[in-house]
Design a protein around this ligand. Structure first.
Ligand code: SF4
Ligand code: SF4
Length: 316
């Protein structure tokens, strides 16, 4: 799929539906389209979709889950996740680490989801995927459309409950997730729209991973490095970043957009910019000087070699 406004932002990439595209219904739906579907403990397939599935976690998912479990981001990541790459990009992320012979989500039991109120974004979208063509400028409803993912094992479509897509999404609480994930998903889609020939440097990948998965670490990066001397942030923002995880997460998206894609909106301290340029020039100058010295040494070596060869020829 393509669009003049840019690549599509398919929330469905948070699950592994791309591995089985035949389950994606070809009809484009709107918020007012009807949906006949219900999922409850009485369906014969209850929790089937919580097994053998790839659930990619957004930064907001991680923040909410580890808060619920009262764990540090680091401990949560180690215990419940494993590394992955995000939708055909070289951007590193995490997915749930499945357990047991049935490859179960770590939070599923026979009674259902044990973290239901804080379940990840991917679990809330299923079975309604969303594609968003918006990449910049004003947002509009016309940028979005929805589609159904109808997998054979999912019996929810045989239930009688009728909704509109809008009602279903409200019921699943996806709006706040959409808002919180928006800028992060946009980073992923922006990266995807660039050719993979221009790979992200290792340092950029590390920064993206750290900021997207471990807010504790990102906070330490801000407060325990020269960050606050490099960027000009007002005192109120600095205080919020110190205590407010949501604010820190949204700020991390802004920072990533600026460092990965040169997006504006994060003013740098001009003195620091000058210092950096000076250091770069100095480094460049030193490199050039080194190259020149190496070139001179090579030339001298060649000349000495040539002289030796000529002398050897004369003697013979
Ligand atoms: S988090 Fe809950 S809803 Fe999502 S896959 Fe795990 S058990 Fe299922
Ligand atoms: S497979 Fe469908 S109906 Fe069954 S538990 Fe999952 S979402 Fe509900």
């Amino acid at each position: 799929m393509s669009n003049s406004k840019g690549d599509e932002m398919t929330k469905d990439f948070l699950t592994a539906t791309d591995k089985n595209p035949s389950c994606i219904m070809p009809t484009k739906l709107t918020l007012d389209s009807p949906l006949q579907f219900e999922c409850h403990p009485g369906v014969s397939c209850f929790t089937a979709c919580c097994h053998n599935i790839k659930i990619v976690l957004t930064p907001y998912d991680i923040m909410v889950l580890r808060r619920r479990l009262n764990m540090s981001a680091h401990d949560f990541l180690v215990q419940y996740t494993e590394p992955t790459y995000l939708e055909k990009t070289d951007m590193p992320g995490v997915q749930f680490k499945l357990t047991g012979e049935k490859y179960a989500c770590p939070f599923v039991t026979q009674e259902g989801c044990t973290v239901y109120a804080d379940r990840p974004t991917a679990c809330r979208y299923y079975p309604v995927g969303m594609a968003d063509f918006h990449e910049g400028g004003e947002e509009g409803e016309e940028d979005k459309f929805f589609f159904l993912v109808k997998e054979p094992h999912c019996k929810g479509f045989e239930e009688q409950k009728r909704w509109t897509i809008r009602e279903w999404r409200e019921d699943q609480g996806v709006d706040v997730r959409d808002e919180m994930n928006k800028e992060w998903l946009r980073l992923v889609m922006r990266r995807k729209s660039f050719s993979l020939q221009a790979t992200l440097s290792e340092a950029a990948q590390r920064m993206f991973f750290m900021a997207s998965t471990d807010l504790d670490h990102f906070r330490r990066f801000i407060f325990e490095s020269s960050f606050l001397q490099t960027y000009e942030l007002d005192a109120e923002t600095v205080e919020r970043l110190r205590h407010d995880d949501e604010a820190l997460m949204l700020f991390s998206f802004k920072y990533l957009a600026s460092t990965l894609f040169g997006a504006e909106g994060l003013p740098m301290n001009q003195e620091k910019v000058k210092e950096k340029i000076k250091a770069m020039r100095q480094e460049q100058g030193e490199n050039l000087q080194k190259l020149e010295e190496e070139y001179k040494a090579l030339k001298a070596e060649r000349a000495a070699q040539k002289k030796q060869e000529e002398e050897a020829r004369r003697k013979s």
